[in-house]
Design a binder for this molecule. Structure first.
Ligand code: SF4
Ligand code: SF4
Length: 443
């Protein structure tokens, strides 16, 4: 009974903490500008089924893709076992699912085979990072915490799978001994082999029970801790990949969104009968007034979808490994753009939590992302094409460039003459429309 109460308290505390942190992330995402995304619903569902559920963009790189699918399937399917563990923990039962008979045996057997798959995949992923040292995992933005975060999660998954198999191995032997409370249920293709290799049947039943109970508690506490670790790590993508893909851009990747106010002003300039648009009202966000800006100075000026993108980034670096700017030695890394956006968003969120409202801290997105990075982007969209969860770093880059050009009149020298020509000649060239056909004349 004490064990059930302790388990219940742990479970409620872990779920409450998780819900609180998830609510905080939702609040942070909505610090961004409103953007209505609810068109072409059928296409959105099918994109989500293909890209998020089917992992279609992961398998473009088959080795990593298949390993990832293994871990992903393991994560989803082995969690059915967690459901049973929770019921057993709350009601003091053991293997409550045993009434399923042969189907239960099939499930437990499948979980064990998947657990071995997950274990192997995690070892390969660690080797790719630590031994083979794939270049995309060792770019400057991956130094420090991002590398540790990835390793923590891979090692945790290995430890959790070991605890699961240890629990089953001890359970298997106890069932064979006819120990009280250990219902005869399940098939154990992997843990039976482990029990035999380690000669677990030589242990006293009391030792086996201690081993099984320790692994059981370790496994479930590890899972509850993992749940709460998700919300402070890049592994949040496990949850956000699905909504992020659903809300992803369906228009052609290279299509830029116009700024409605600028469009209105241009229309008014061309046709004087069209009234100029009204200035957009300032928004109140977290108790502070945020003026309507051209482009993005800070996270408040990005759409909520760009902020969700930032939280959904897995830091896999596929975008950066395909980025022509990065490949030719420029400072730009689309992965860093997403990581910097998330770090700034977290910084703002923590300040709001601490003070109860937002107070300008003199920092912005531009404190983290340099002009050199912004102007290195060719807008080729190789990054958005490569991203396995349809993240769009280009929107953030373009919004930040817009801010630089339209609010700070800061641009690259090569672009200044083009801007002047557009303003004076209505075209990027250094001559007026009346001289456009001169090239057809004889010299
Ligand atoms: S759009 Fe920009 S950031 Fe993305 S791959 Fe092309 S150059 Fe790199
Ligand atoms: S933006 Fe996409 S491709 Fe780039 S690191 Fe993040 S998840 Fe990977």
């Amino acid at each position: 009974m004490i064990a059930q109460v302790v388990f219940g308290i742990l479970l409620i505390a872990a779920i409450a903490l998780f819900a609180r942190n998830l609510g905080r992330i939702g609040r942070n995402i909505h610090l961004g500008k409103p953007q209505a995304i609810n068109d072409r619903k059928a296409e959105r569902w099918s994109t989500m089924a293909r890209v998020a559920l089917g992992q279609s963009k992961m398998v473009v790189r088959p080795v990593a893709g298949i390993m990832h699918i293994l871990i992903y399937a393991g994560f989803i399917i082995i969690n059915l076992e967690v459901l049973e563990i929770i019921i057993d923990g709350l009601f003091g039962t053991h293997r409550i699912g045993a009434f399923l008979g042969g189907f239960y045996d099939f499930l437990i057997g499948s979980f064990e085979i998947l657990a071995i798959g997950v274990l192997l995949a995690c070892i390969v992923f660690i080797a790719r990072r630590a031994i083979i040292q794939l270049p995309r995992f060792h770019k400057p933005e991956m130094k420090g915490w991002p590398s540790k975060d990835a390793m923590i999660i891979l090692v945790t998954e290995i430890v959790l799978m070991c605890a699961f198999l240890t629990m089953n191995a001890a359970d298997f032997v106890l069932q064979g001994l006819g120990a009280e409370h250990y219902t005869q249920a399940g098939s154990f293709p992997v843990s039976a082999a482990i029990a035999s290799t380690l000669n677990l049947s030589n242990l006293q039943p009391s030792t086996l029970i201690t081993l099984e109970r320790t692994a059981w508690w370790f496994h479930i506490i590890g899972i509850l801790a993992f749940l709460n670790y998700l919300v402070v790590s890049k592994h949040l993508h496990i949850l956000l990949a699905f909504p992020n893909v659903w809300y992803s851009k369906l228009q052609p990747r290279t299509e830029f969104a116009n700024m409605p106010r600028i469009t209105g002003e241009v229309k008014s300039m061309i046709d004087p009968s069209v009234p100029p648009p009204d200035p957009a009202p300032a928004r109140t966000v977290a108790g502070a007034e945020v003026p309507e800006r051209f482009g993005a100075k800070d996270i408040f000026d990005l759409s909520w979808k760009s902020l969700m993108d930032a939280y959904s980034c897995t830091e896999c670096g596929r975008c950066t490994s395909e980025c022509p700017a990065n490949l030719t030695g420029k400072l730009l890394s689309p992965r860093k753009i997403m990581m910097d956006t998330r770090d700034r968003l977290e910084e703002v969120g923590k300040a709001i939590d601490a003070k109860g409202k937002w107070e300008d801290d003199g920092q912005s997105l531009h404190s983290r992302i340099s002009e050199e990075e912004l102007w290195a982007c060719t807008t080729c969209n190789a990054c958005t094409q490569a991203c396995p969860v349809n993240i769009d770093p280009v929107s953030i880059i373009m919004e930040m460039r817009r801010y630089k050009v339209m609010e700070e009149s800061s641009t690259r020298p090569a672009l200044t003459s083009m801007f002047n020509n557009v303003e004076n000649n209505g075209a990027p060239w250094a001559f007026g429309a009346d001289r456009r056909m001169e090239w057809t004349q004889d010299a």
